[in-house]
Design a binder for this molecule. Structure first.
Ligand SMILES: *[C@@H]1O[C@H](CO)[C@@H](O)[C@H](O)[C@H]1NC(C)=O
Length: 425
C-alpha cells in the first residue's frame, strides 16, 4: 500500500466508483424500470389487492404486545421480557435522524407525541430510530422551521431533538432501538465508499468529508446512548446499518470483532441493552454466525438482523427476490438467517423490509413470499418506514405508511398484512 501514490489511489477510486454506478443503474433503475413496464402493461385492480391473496395464517404464538416488563434478554431464538414472556419486536422505522436534516422526520408537521401515539395505535411495539455519525459530531442547533410543530424544542441541538423523540416514544409505551445508520448525514445506501463501513479511515485523507476511525464510531455510540442510559424502554443498539466493504463485501469475522468491541463498551453503560448485529452484504448474509457468533461480556443479549427487499439477492444466480419462486426465496432466507431460528441459536429481527403503495409484479411476488416466510418462522420484524416523505428534496416516500399529515394511515395491503403479522387480524 505504501507504494501507491495518491494519483494511483485516485485512479482506483474512479474505477471502483464507475463500476459501482454501472451496477447501481442496472439493479436500481434499469431492472425496476423493466418491472414497472411489465406492471403497467398488465395492470388490473387485482394487483392492488395483494392482501386478499394472503391466507389468514394461524396467529403466531405471540401477539405484538407492548413491553410492560423491561428489561429484555434473549433465550435461544426469542427475546424475552423480565417476566419470561416472549417480546416479539413488531417495529417500524422512523427515519430522518441519519439524513440531511439531522432529525427524525415529521417534526415540522406534528408534535412528536402525536406521531408516537399514532405508531403505538397502529400496533407497533417498537421503533428503529436511525442516526448518522455526522449528526452526533456536528450536533448543530436545528432551524425552527424544521421543528414547526414542536415549538418546545426551538433552539435545541440535533442530539437533544433525538433524545426528545426517544423519550416521546418510550412515554407512549413504544420501545426504542437506536440505530447507527450511516457516517455522512444522507440517505443510505449509495455507492460512496466513505459510508460503506463503520470506519473509513483506511481511505486516503481528504477522500471523505467526515473521516472516521473505529474508535470515533464507538465514541459516537457512547455520546448518543449516554442520555438514554436510565430509560428502561430503550432496549437496544443496532450497531451499524448494512455494513459492507468497497465492493459490497465485508468479511463477517472483521465485522463480528468490531461488533464485540462496541457491544462490550455499550454493555458497560447498561448491561440490559440488546446488541443488534446486522449481516454483511448489506445485511443479507448471516451465514458466518454459526462458526463465528458474536460473543459479549454479558451473555444472552445478541440479536441478529437481516434486511430483505425485492431487489435483495440480485448478485446471485437465482436472481433478485422480486423474481423468484417461493421455494428458492425460502431456501435463501433459511441459508442466510432462518437457520438461526430453526436451530434455536439466536433471535433474528428483519429490521428492514418494505414495498410501495402501488406495487409492481415483482413487488407483489417479493412481498407475498416474505410475509409467508415471516409467518412461517415467526421472526421479529421492522417495516421500512412510517415516513411519508424523504428529507432530501421532500420527495414522496412510496414505502411510507402515513400520509403527509403524519397521522392518516395509507390503509392498503401493507398495513393489512402487517396486522396479520402482529396477530391482530
Ligand atoms: C413537502 O411536500 C408536502 C406536499 O406538497 C408539503 O405539504 C410540505 O409542506 C413539504 N415540506 C417541505 C419541508 O417543503
Amino acid at each position: 500500500m505504501g507504494m501507491l501514490t495518491s494519483k494511483t489511489w485516485k485512479h482506483v477510486f474512479v474505477i471502483l466508483t464507475l463500476s459501482g454506478i454501472v451496477s447501481l443503474i442496472y439493479t436500481r433503475i434499469y431492472q425496476p424500470f423493466l418491472d414497472t413496464r411489465t406492471y403497467l402493461k398488465t395492470q388490473d385492480p387485482q394487483h392492488l389487492a395483494v392482501s386478499s391473496a394472503l391466507p389468514e395464517y394461524a396467529v403466531p404464538n405471540t401477539k405484538a404486545k407492548q413491553l410492560t416488563h423491561p428489561p429484555v434478554h434473549t433465550q435461544g431464538r426469542d427475546i424475552l421480557d423480565a417476566a419470561g414472556s416472549r417480546f416479539k419486536l413488531a417495529s417500524v422505522n422512523w427515519y430522518g435522524g441519519s439524513d440531511e436534516q439531522l432529525i427524525p422526520g415529521g417534526l415540522d408537521v406534528q408534535h412528536r407525541d402525536t406521531i408516537s401515539e399514532r405508531i403505538r395505535a397502529l400496533g407497533f411495539n417498537s421503533v428503529r430510530l436511525p442516526y448518522s455519525d455526522e449528526m452526533v459530531r456536528s450536533n448543530p442547533v436545528i432551524p425552527a422551521d424544521r421543528l414547526a410543530a414542536n415549538p418546545d424544542l426551538y433552539g435545541a441541538a440535533a442530539l437533544d431533538v433525538y433524545t426528545a423523540v426517544v423519550e416521546s416514544l418510550t412515554a407512549a409505551g413504544v420501545a426504542v432501538i437506536v440505530n447507527n445508520h450511516i457516517t455522512h448525514a444522507t440517505w443510505c445506501c449509495g455507492i460512496d465508499p466513505c459510508d460503506a463501513a463503520w470506519f473509513n479511515s483506511y481511505l486516503p485523507r481528504g477522500v471523505c468529508r467526515v473521516r472516521q476511525t473505529e474508535e470515533e464510531w464507538i465514541e459516537n455510540w457512547e455520546t448518543i446512548m449516554r442520555p438514554l442510559v436510565s430509560n428502561p424502554m430503550v432496549i437496544g443498539a443496532d450497531l451499524r446499518n448494512e455494513p459492507r466493504g468497497l465492493w459490497g463485501t465485508m468479511r463477517w469475522e472483521q465485522w463480528a470483532a468490531a461488533a464485540e468491541k462496541v457491544g462490550n463498551v455499550l454493555q458497560r453503560m447498561n448491561e440490559d441493552w440488546l446488541i443488534v448485529v446486522e449481516g454483511t452484504s448489506s445485511s443479507n448474509d448471516l451465514v458466518g454466525v454459526k462458526a463465528r457468533p458474536v460473543v459479549l461480556e454479558v451473555p444472552d443479549h445478541v440479536v441478529y438482523s437481516s434486511h430483505v427487499y425485492g431487489w435483495s439477492g440480485w448478485g446471485s444466480i437465482a436472481g433478485p427476490y422480486s423474481r423468484r419462486e417461493y421455494a428458492s426465496f425460502a431456501d435463501s432466507m433459511h441459508e442466510n438467517w432462518g437457520y438461526l431460528l430453526s436451530e434455536d441459536i439466536a433471535p433474528v429481527w428483519v429490521g428492514e423490509f418494505g414495498a410501495p403503495n402501488v406495487p409492481n409484479d415483482g413487488d407483489v411476488n417479493y412481498w407475498t413470499h416474505l410475509l409467508k416466510y415471516l409467518h412461517t418462522v415467526d421472526a421479529d420484524f421492522g417495516y421500512w418506514a412510517i415516513n411519508p416523505r424523504k428529507p432530501r428534496a421532500n420527495t414522496t416516500e412510496s414505502y411510507g405508511l402515513l400520509r403527509d399529515d403524519w397521522t392518516t394511515l395509507v390503509d392498503d395491503y401493507r398495513m393489512a398484512d402487517l396486522r396479520k403479522l402482529m396477530g391482530r387480524t
